[in-house]
Design a protein around this ligand. Structure first.
Ligand code: TPP
Ligand code: MG
Length: 589
């Protein structure tokens, strides 16, 4: 623990007593590092800190609750103090959950979510979540503790130089060495994370620096200036689209995170372009929209002559950016539009690209398209729409399946009619969640959360608690594979302690099915893919929530009704057919 001795390069420690009350006026913020961290997070729109305790970061908690006086005022009710301080503290059972929750907060609010973890293992437990945020372009800041600068190299508890560990998966990773710099450096962390192309930032503060006082100008909450849009690039894209007979538009997650969702919808409706959506781009066009042709994806990508991909990488989910060319046709001209120049695909053969503010780019393209004579592509849009509708209709049989054991699709047949338009649906699992991706078409953007192309299992409870906080009045439904459930189910304890009711549905096929079936296909046998018929609902009950197990198709609907009405974390454990594999068209390899 720090003392009042000089530390590091003349750094002097602040008092060990609680003293979070910052001297905040319009000109300056004065306080320990925790004060500056909370001020920066609040200026960037955050009202919650996701964390798991460690002495290295006590000042951050002190600032979050507003110091000892506020805790005393809560009359010993520490949960109240945690809830009602300057920044709500939600303490979890694994740092991975804290970081996943911060990532989901970033995804849902489009401002950097905030996780605070202790030095050493606290930080290393967040690495998968940070990496997921890096793949997804999710804005988040992870603040780590760090052993004291004044002891560096002497083997203090959990002494580890964290930034090099996460340098390759963050926009910035750095250490604050000077208490006078804590304010500007923490603001830099949030500004960098929240500016396009968004992503995770890691910052750690040595314990002696964090406990010390510094003065800084108040954080502004500003973002970095956006890249100016090159008008030649939008002219080229507009002419490619105007000449297209079979255009397709792909709307990805950055359309949502860059705040271009409404403009994108208006442009699509204006130009009548057929749309495929992925990630957080799902819902920009609501279910049933007459330009949304998600289920005609292979026809759209196979026969398109121009594909414009906006706000998502040209990765395995999009055939690495190769489209068209079906039955000997000329491959499609591919256009990549990104929120920042370094996101434009280097591996693809692009006919055009543009980078910068996505709303500006889209408006510019639409204006220029409107001013150019264009080919009629209405019959192509109509053809794709009909294919899409036929595929949706063909789902009806599986969604209503009476098969015993339960066909996983039947869960969605009962769930979808119970979802309100503003429901947030979260997927964490293999095949069970792939079925959800096929059947659950959101009504608005920001209402569908999946782990994205990093594909990390275990996001579930962290994502769900963040959704519950960000959308207090919406249904929050977490879909879990039984395998995936094992990673984070202990954090139901956090849902219970913090009164965050969520509906969880486990597709319990007693297997890691997404690995079991491919292994059987390749080798004719499978190993390490079987799990037990575990009562995951009883795990939730033991932790203070509620739940039930369902084994017959007709019992699913009533169980879901009870789950939505419960007002506590509730898990419906649905025993499904292990042998029903998701019919997969991409392997990701
Ligand atoms: C952290 C992590 N470990 C392993 C994997 C590999 N993996 C992908 S899907 C999957 C099986 C998931 O099983 P379950 O959650 O039960 O869903 P199911 O496929 O059975 O529906 C596994 C092990 C992964 N993606 N992430
Ligand atoms: Mg499973």
């Amino acid at each position: 623990m720090p003392t009042d001795e000089p530390a590091g390069d003349g750094v002097r420690l602040g008092a060990m007593t609680s003293d979070a009350t910052p001297v905040n006026d319009s000109d300056s913020v004065t306080g320990h590092g925790g004060t500056h961290a909370v001020a920066a997070a609040a200026a960037h729109g955050q009202s919650v800190m996701w964390t798991l305790s460690g002495a290295h970061v006590f000042p951050v908690y002190d600032a979050a609750v507003g110091g000892r006086d506020t805790v005393d005022q809560a009359g010993g009710d520490t949960m109240r103090a945690q809830r009602e301080g300057p920044m709500r503290l939600i303490d979890v059972r694994h740092e991975a959950t804290a970081a996943f929750a911060a990532e989901a907060t970033g995804k849902l609010t489009r401002s950097p979510g905030f996780a605070v973890v202790t030095a050493g293992p606290g930080v290393t437990n967040t690495v998968s979540a940070i990496t997921g945020a890096w793949f997804n372009g999710s804005p988040m800041v992870v603040l780590g503790g760090r052993s004291p600068a004044g002891r560096w190299g002497q083997g203090a508890l959990q002494e580890l130089d964290h930034p090099p560990l996460v340098e390759s998966v963050t926009k910035a990773a750095f250490t604050v060495h000077d208490p006078q710099q804590a304010g500007p450096e923490l603001e830099r962390a949030f500004r960098t994370a929240g500016s396009p192309h968004r992503g995770p930032v890691f910052v750690d503060i040595p314990m002696d620096v964090l406990f010390s006082y510094g003065q800084a100008t108040p954080p502004t909450g500003d973002r970095e200036p956006k890249t100016p849009v090159d008008p030649d690039s939008t002219s080229r894209i507009a002419s490619l689209l105007a000449a297209a007979e079979r255009p397709v538009l792909v709307l990805g997650g950055d359309v949502w995170s860059d705040g271009a969702d409404q403009v994108a919808r208006a442009v699509v409706e204006d130009l009548r372009l057929p749309v495929i959506a992925n990630g957080m781009g799902r819902g920009v066009l609501p279910r049933g929209h007459d330009c949304l042709v998600t289920r005609a994806r292979s026809a759209a990508f196979g026969s398109a002559d121009v594909v414009v991909v906006i706000g998502t990488p040209l990765d395995f989910r999009l055939g690495y950016g190769v489209f068209g060319g079906k039955d000997g046709a000329t491959p499609a001209a591919v256009v990549h539009i990104c929120d920042a120049p370094d996101q434009v695909a280097a591996h693809a053969d692009l006919a055009a690209s543009a980078a910068g503010d996505l709303s500006t780019i889209l408006r510019d393209i639409a204006d220029k398209y409107g001013a150019t004579p264009s080919r009629d592509h209405s019959s192509w849009t109509q053809e794709l729409l009909e294919r899409h509708r036929a595929a949706v209709e063909a789902d009806a049989a599986d969604l209503a399946s009476e098969a015993d054991p339960i066909h996983p699709a039947r869960v969605y047949g009962d769930l979808i009619p119970r979802l309100a338009d503003d429901a947030v649906v979260i997927g964490d699992g293999g095949d069970f969640v792939s079925f959800a991706g096929r059947y659950v078409e959101p009504m608005a953007p920001g209402n569908w959360l999946d782990p994205g192309p990093y594909g990390c299992l275990g996001t579930g409870l962290g994502y769900a608690m963040a959704a519950r906080v960000a959308r207090p009045d919406s249904q929050v439904v977490l879909l879990l594979g039984d395998g995936a459930a094992g990673f984070s189910l202990m954090d139901v304890d956090t849902l219970v302690r913090h009164d965050l009711p969520v509906v969880m549905i486990v597709g319990n096929n007693k297997a890691w099915a997404l690995e079991k079936h491919p292994m059987r296909f390749l080798y004719g046998y499978d190993v390490i893919a079987d799990l037990n018929p575990t009562r995951y609902d009883q795990v939730v009950t033991a932790l203070g929530g509620a739940g039930e197990t369902v084994s017959r198709p007709r019992d699913i609907g009533p169980a879901l009704d009870r789950a939505f009405a419960a007002g506590v974390p509730y898990l419906v454990n649905v025993m499904t057919d292990t042998d029903v594999a998701y019919p997969r068209s991409t392997t990701g390899i």
